[in-house]
Ligand binder design. Structure first.
Ligand code: GLN
Length: 510
């Protein structure tokens, strides 16, 4: 593998600034890596070589003129295929949007372009972001670079696998119930779900509006902070966008990397561990807690009693919002249109016939399952019993967070109960797939920010384990301070980054 793809985004930015490399060279090296390994990984649904190289050349011209557009100007990035990109296909992993080319950019994509980051392409995902394995993509699964027979997590498995396989130094993901953090955990990458409203959702094809957040997928905590600062901030095009500056996240990461956490109180969430959690996941988590203590933090246990209801609450609220959002895919405005034969008395199929046939052909099983669940839960007579109750439990979960954050500065847990499972293993058992998001969902329900960073490899299978840190709303800086401190301590133990130990994927040494 070329050395050009191995660095962190921060290192690449420094090399661009010093003139040690060019954006064209960096971008070409990543396109070559994609050509070399993506046949096996399938992280990308669409690669835009021409667009990326043109953006890279423009970036080099700015650097040569001494007018870079941002610190990350010229560092390439991959974008999850749920974000609208002008002129580039945006499928959301669904057949129903096959061939759709958006006429506009999502705000976060506009920000990437304005900052000079060449966009390598669009990454694979579970259809409409519904899943924990990327197996629900209509275009075939993504494979985990650590073991190609295993899942890369989901729904943003494409973004996580691209970053883990050195096909991109940075990627954007979206997290409705864990789709940035859980793929991060099982691929040994860093993923951040910002505070709800902290990053614009304009141009993000909504799954569940009250839960969705765009966030960074990277190889280091500092890289996530750099990307988060770039995409965050107020956007008048998103009515839920918070009108506040994004905060000093890069500074927090740099402070954390110095390794001093004295005075910090860390709460271990009682309900997110114990029976049913893989031994190697728990062991890796405990070892990381010890490192936090060594860095000066005080670790206590905190109970969040209503978290046991988080999964059930999520699987009512999310399908309700999704079923209403997906009603717009009616074959009338854009996307797939299937015109059924209409034998018998009618000469032409009706609009409703076309809608039915198009939605039947265009949506996969998981999407249909959730549309049915959501439509049922919202139907008259059931609305209060299901949706209303779920919203009340959601408030209780938010209150658990509030009470916990009165006692501690951050909360922690393993990001996912197990390491990457085998492709196909949970496809016939939706409930066991849903259980993978046990630890990530509470943050979405309450709107608080969370990060997952690699904490090591599980003893029993040698696969990556993720460590999750949660902070109060708008205190995203704490994720970076604590995350960077833990990362620094872990990398001292490992003698480098965890991904240095991942398979090379080209038959060579890692
Ligand atoms: N895996 C969860 C689900 O299937 C979360 C998805 C997401 O965050 N987009 O709903």
């Amino acid at each position: 593998m070329s050395d050009l793809v191995r660095g962190t985004a921060a290192q690449m930015a420094a090399d661009l600034a010093s003139g040690a490399t060019t954006s064209v060279a960096l971008t070409q090296a990543h396109l070559d890596r994609i050509a070399e390994v993506d046949g096996a990984v399938h992280a990308f649904l669409h690669v835009d070589s021409e667009g990326a190289l043109a953006a890279a050349a423009a970036s080099d011209a700015r650097r040569a003129a001494g007018t870079p557009a941002s610190e990350l100007d010229g560092v390439p990035i991959a974008v999850k295929d749920v974000l609208a990109t002008e002129g580039l296909p945006t499928t959301c992993g669904s057949k129903i949007l096959e061939g759709w080319i958006p006429p506009y950019d999502a705000t976060v994509v506009q920000k990437l372009k304005a900052a000079g980051l060449p966009i390598l392409g669009k990454t694979n995902m579970d259809e409409f972001a519904m899943g924990s394995s990327t197996e629900h993509s209509a275009y075939g699964p993504t494979h985990n670079p650590w073991d190609l027979d295993r899942i890369p997590g989901g729904s943003g498995g494409g973004s996580a696998a691209a970053v883990a396989a050195f096909e991109a130094p940075l990627a954007l993901g979206t997290d409705t119930g864990g789709s940035i953090r859980q793929p991060g955990a099982v691929t040994g990458t860093v993923g951040v779900k910002p505070t709800y409203g902290g990053v614009s959702r304009y141009g993000l094809v909504a799954m569940a509006n009250s839960l969705d957040q765009v966030g960074p997928v990277t190889r280091t905590v500092l890289d996530s902070a750099l990307l988060h600062e770039l995409i965050g901030g107020h956007d008048a095009m998103d009515s839920t966008s918070i009108d506040q500056p994004v905060g000093a996240l890069v500074a927090a990461a740099k402070q954390g990397a110095r390794g001093d956490l004295s005075g910090l109180k860390v709460g271990v969430i009682t309900e997110l561990g114990g029976e049913g959690w893989q031994d190697g996941v728990e062991a890796s988590f405990q070892a990381s807690l010890d490192l936090l203590v060594k860095a000066g933090a005080e670790v206590v246990e905190v109970s969040c009693p209503n978290f046991v209801h988080a999964l059930a609450t999520y699987y009512l609220i999310m399908p309700c919002e999704a079923s209403s959002n997906l009603a717009k895919f009616d074959a009338m405005r854009y996307g797939l249109r299937v015109v059924p034969d209409r034998p018998g008395d009618q000469a032409q199929p009706s609009a409703e016939d076309v809608m039915r046939a198009s939605r039947d052909a265009g949506f996969g099983d998981e999407v249909k399952r959730r549309i049915i669940l959501g439509t049922y839960a919202l139907s008259s007579g059931y609305y209060d019993a299901y949706y209303g109750t779920a919203q009340r439990v959601r408030t209780l979960i938010s209150r658990d967070f509030e009470a916990a954050f009165e006692q501690v500065d951050v909360l922690v847990s393993p990001t996912a109960p197990t390491t990457a499972f085998k492709l196909g293993e949970k496809l016939d058992d939706p409930l066991s797939m849903y259980l993978n998001d046990l630890a990530t969902i509470p943050a979405n329900l309450a709107g608080v920010p969370g990060i997952s960073l690699p904490s090591g490899l599980a003893d029993e299978d040698g696969l990556p384990v993720g460590f999750q840190i949660l902070a109060p709303a708008l205190a995203d800086d704490r994720l970076y301070r604590v995350g960077a401190a833990l990362e620094a301590a872990l990398e001292r133990e490992w003698g480098g980054s965890l991904l240095d130990r991942a398979p090379d994927l080209t038959g060579g040494a890692a």
